[in-house]
Design a protein around this ligand. Structure first.
Ligand SMILES: NC(=O)c1ccc[n+]([C@@H]2O[C@H](COP(=O)([O-])OP(=O)(O)OC[C@H]3O[C@@H](n4cnc5c(N)ncnc54)[C@H](O)[C@@H]3O)[C@@H](O)[C@H]2O)c1
Length: 381
């Protein structure tokens, strides 16, 4: 993807009001919008303002080599338009990598709507967003994300067919995500202990929400001893009752004497404070953006802790959305998520061969697939 910086930057399309002056930040010497696009080889950014509803939306398309760019719509009160743009760029790039390692024929995209996501004026805003998506002719497909709901997707659907996560369609992705995480944990066990059986192992699970609950179920059924935590006592209670888990306080989860730590709550939980507390051999869970900073992936590797890169192991959610797009059965989606086992093994193989930490090896794997398909496409033009 790096190799495309020059050509894709020059073909990037941003839609600005014709007479607007350059933004203050750009005048002051901060990177301009095209430099931001060039930095990570984004193909396209589209901005759309609809005055009657107050809709202000940004759609970022990072890479469409593998297929149409897919990624959710985030509705958020960003402190500035520049921060909204940077978030869209960052999140869309991450989607390219996630789809690539999941073996899906999808590119990376993301959209943001700037504003208060508690608004009741949703129909007009999301129909404006739908028209914005439609204007891209299928290059971008949206889904739910922070601040948006299934009902919002239905408003978008009135204006465009390029939307997933509709009522009565693929539904809650968590069981498929949890199954992929479970398979990824088994791959880590195979590498660490020579067998992928988890029977008798202890797993510390942070977060007993949608994914955490289903993951605990799968682990319990394989004879795993569970140590769990959540800031919501009801969620802890369910897992303690249903899967004989031991509950601990949220801050105590890192220091538990366990074989595996499975973060299934929020991001940035692998950091300078938590790493010294870990006694586990494996960190593998569903949460997005687990490493507070990339260097924490190096620290884990340095301590001999296997880290299953988050966007590889939690790819089941995206696989579920892909299943909706292509009319796959739940069984087919689950089988695809099961392939995360082999992908995790391949990531560690690359890490080993190249002497790099696993988070970098995952990027390498994604980039290799995109580059290979880009070559195939070029050969036939
Ligand atoms: N749902 C999916 O299919 C999916 C797919 C890919 C990635 N993820 C990621 O996996 C994680 C979990 O997703 P989910 O759908 O289960 O969300 P969820 O909101 O249902 O569950 C998260 C749980 O974490 C708990 N929590 C929050 N802060 C905590 C803390 N400090 N300590 C302990 N528990 C805490 C919450 O109370 C909640 O029960 C998120 O990071 C999400 O982005 C989810």
């Amino acid at each position: 993807m790096k190799a495309r910086v020059k050509s894709s930057a020059s073909s990037s399309r941003a839609v600005f009001p014709a007479a607007s002056p350059p933004p203050a930040a750009e005048r002051a010497g901060a990177p301009g919008v095209f430099s931001l696009l060039a930095e990570h080889a984004h193909e396209q950014v589209s901005l759309f303002f609809e005055p009657s509803s107050g809709y202000r939306g940004i759609i970022a398309i990072h890479d469409t080599t593998l297929g149409p760019a897919l990624g959710g719509t985030r509705f958020w009160s960003y402190p500035s338009d520049a921060e909204a743009l940077i978030d869209a760029l960052r999140l869309s790039k991450a989607m390219t990598y996630k789809a690539a390692v999941a073996g899906l024929n999808l590119g990376g995209g993301k959209s943001v709507i700037i504003g208060d996501n508690r608004t009741t004026r949703r129909e007009a805003i999301f129909r404006a967003h739908g028209r914005h998506i439609e204007s891209l002719g299928g290059r971008y497909i949206t889904a739910e994300d922070v601040g948006t709901s299934t009902q919002d997707m239905e408003f978008i659907r009135v204006e465009t067919q390029h939307v997933t996560g509709l009522l009565g369609k693929s539904g809650d992705p968590s069981p498929v995500t949890a199954y992929g995480v479970y398979r990824g944990i088994k791959a880590c066990a195979k590498l660490r202990w020579g067998s992928d059986s988890l029977t008798g192992k202890t797993v510390a699970v942070q977060g007993c929400g949608h994914v955490g609950y289903f993951l605990c179920k799968l682990l319990f059924e394989e004879g795993v001893k569970l140590i769990v935590t959540d800031i919501d006592p009801q969620r802890v209670k369910a897992v303690v009752q249903d899967f004989r888990a031991t509950a601990v306080q949220p801050d105590d989860i890192y220091k538990q004497a366990a074989d595996i730590f499975a973060p299934c709550a929020m991001g940035a939980i692998v950091n300078d404070d938590t790493i010294p507390q870990l006694t586990v051999a494996v960190v593998a869970g569903a949460a997005n953006n687990q490493l507070a900073e990339e260097r924490h992936g190096d620290v884990l590797a340095g301590r001999g802790i296997l880290y299953a890169p988050d966007y590889v192991i939690n790819g089941g959610g995206l696989i579920n959305v892909n299943a909706e797009l292509h009319g796959w059965s739940l069984e087919r989606a689950r089988n695809k998520a099961g392939e995360i086992y082999d992908t995790i093994l391949r990531v560690f193989e690359i890490a080993n061969e190249e002497g790099i930490p696993s988070y970098q090896a995952a990027d390498r794997l994604a980039e290799q697939r995109v580059a290979a398909i880009a070559k195939v496409k070029k050969s036939f033009v």
